[in-house]
Design a protein around this ligand. Structure first.
Ligand SMILES: Cc1cc2nc3c(=O)[nH]c(=O)nc-3n(C[C@H](O)[C@H](O)[C@H](O)COP(=O)(O)OP(=O)(O)OC[C@H]3O[C@@H](n4cnc5c(N)ncnc54)[C@H](O)[C@@H]3O)c2cc1C
Length: 495
């Protein structure tokens, strides 16, 4: 690998979707003065055009970039998001919300769920979600920024406008955009030397970031890095997307509505609603999916339904030689928990932390790839949980999900929670204990026991403890403004 130990100064980003422009923005803001950064994109090819629901970690990315929230929200027609409503997942007619908030108060030996389980057993507790501010605010369609502990939130945003916003941002920090179609990846040994465009120009670089989307033009087609397929755990391989006009106030949460062979998303923005149906093509065809989606949207259709194909899984390596794949080129998990933009952000953070200024070293590559793998496998397990733990038996799709084998890591988490109500988070995992608990309870797992520490409380003390949390939540929510009104006053663009 001696030829690779040369200083890295010229960065070439291939692709200008959400991934490409997020990479450009973060690299230029952080190391722009030391680097020459070019981004190649093709208007003719365009972007995937979806990816509009985010999770709270995006706030960290924006704070790293010193992005002004009001300006960003106005530019991307964004709304606030407090969680995801899972409808018909546990069974038809049953709903729950996976919120971004914390639920109740933990004891150092045992999480709040143990006290809630004891309270439930004694007839003293309400719904688990009654003890979570963000969840109750979501249910009542309310929102405000709150001081101190505050409100945990994310955004719904227009993906095309977000790329445009980040483009302006990146160009301000010196990124050079090149319009053109990449027709050939020129190799020098195991490295990439340059990208040939349809104009004939050769764009040379030291480090190439593959943000070409599902095509994986550099990492897959040129460098031949293979793909690990997870379709035996995640049967959905297609989506149909459609934009509609808003018909009422924007909800501060994403809706995920399970159907016979997949699920439907509804993402409310300021100016429109993003809709889509994710489905398993083995169980329904594109036409049936389109019809099911059209029959289940509100508001006038603003676009034609557009079918997208994907393969759940990950690249065997996301960094090979002098090429790092970020975004859809690196792997894909369906958008059930809105995690793709987060994975882009994590790829960027990792790259910046391991930036090979003095030359690429194999140990960095190995570390980067191992961290990427751990991260996406953890998220994969969380998504598989939603499908596998269900009482639905009404279609071949759901029967398959109930009966399929699941990863051993997920099996362990489910067994531990079912038997003991315990959940542990390994450092660097995205989803914290409260996320697992909300989804496991929501999908219908009721633990068989709770921690003894909850038994130390008598009924009166336990009731006081539970009620005080619930009252605090209710008193806060009652004072919050309606989400729609808050968005309008906070960031709505005139006209
Ligand atoms: C159905 C669906 C729903 C989703 N929903 C969510 C969600 O709610 N939340 C979330 O976080 N994520 C979601 N995602 C994922 C999200 O859309 C992506 O992670 C995000 O948009 C990043 O995509 P990308 O930039 O990697 O690829 P793309 O948007 O496909 O961009 C690829 C870029 O490469 C360029 N390109 C490709 N080939 C060439 C070439 N030969 N020459 C020049 N340029 C080229 C294209 O022009 C484009 O600019 C969803 C994905 C799908 C499929």
């Amino acid at each position: 690998m001696s030829s690779e130990r040369k200083p890295i100064k010229r960065i070439v980003i291939a692709g200008g979707g959400t991934a490409g422009w997020m990479v450009a923005a973060a690299l230029s803001k952080t190391l722009g003065k030391l680097l020459d950064i070019k981004l190649i994109e093709s208007d003719e090819i365009g972007t995937v055009g979806v990816g509009e629901a985010t999770i709270p970690t995006l706030l960290t990315f924006h704070s790293l970039l010193e992005i002004n929230e009001q300006e960003f929200m106005a530019a991307t027609q964004a709304t606030f998001k407090l969680g995801i409503s899972f409808e018909n997942w546990r069974d038809r007619g049953q709903d729950y919300i996976h919120s971004f908030g914390l639920t109740g108060k933990d004891h150092w030996t045992a999480g709040f769920q143990h006290f809630w389980l004891k309270g439930r057993e004694r007839g003293l507790a309400g719904e688990y979600g009654d003890y979570c501010l963000e969840l109750k605010a979501a249910q009542q369609s309310k929102f405000a920024h709150l001081p101190r502990a505050g409100m945990n939130y994310a955004f719904h945003l227009d993906a095309t406008l977000y790329a445009k916003y980040l483009r302006k941002f990146s160009e301000g920090f010196g990124v050079q955009r090149i319009e053109g179609k990449i027709t050939e990846v020129a190799l020098a040994g195991e490295n990439i030397a340059g990208l040939r465009l349809d104009s004939g120009a050769l764009i040379e670089g030291d480090l190439f970031i593959d943000c070409t989307g599902f095509r994986g033009l550099l990492i897959g087609e040129a460098l031949k890095v293979g793909y690990e397929d997870w379709s035996h755990w995640l049967a959905c391989d297609s989506a149909v997307a459609l934009q509609t006009a808003s018909t009422g106030p924007a909800l501060p949460y994403t809706r995920s509505i399970a159907h016979a062979a997949g699920w439907q998303w509804r993402i409310p923005l300021q100016h429109r609603v993003g809709n889509g149906m994710v489905y398993a093509s083995k169980h329904i065809d594109d036409e049936q999916a389109k019809q099911a989606l059209l029959a289940n949207v509100e508001g006038e259709a603003l676009t034609q339904p557009r079918v997208l194909r994907f393969q759940p899984g990950q690249r065997h390596q996301t960094w090979r030689a002098n090429c790092v794949a970020i975004g859809l080129s690196s792997g894909f998990l369906e958008p059930l928990e809105s995690t793709s933009i987060h994975l882009i952000q994590r790829g960027i953070t990792r790259l910046l932390q391991m930036f090979p200024a003095k030359g690429i070293c194999p140990a960095d590559i190995a570390e980067y790839n191992q961290q990427s793998r751990n991260e996406i496998e953890h998220i994969r397990d969380f998504i598989v949980l939603h499908y596998h733990v269900t009482q639905r038996q009404d279609s071949a799709f759901w029967r398959h999900c109930r009966e399929m084998d699941i990863p051993a890591s997920l099996r362990h988490r489910i067994d531990l929670f079912r038997e003991t109500a315990r959940v542990f988070r390994v450092p660097n995992e995205l989803f914290a204990e409260n996320s697992w608990i909300q989804v496991m309870l929501g999908q219908g797992i009721l633990p068989q026991q709770h921690h003894q520490v909850a038994d130390l409380m008598g009924d009166a003390e336990l009731a006081r403890f539970l009620n005080s949390i619930r009252q605090q939540v209710d008193q806060t929510v009652v004072q919050l403004p309606a989400h729609q009104a808050y968005v309008e006053s906070y960031c709505r663009v005139a006209g």
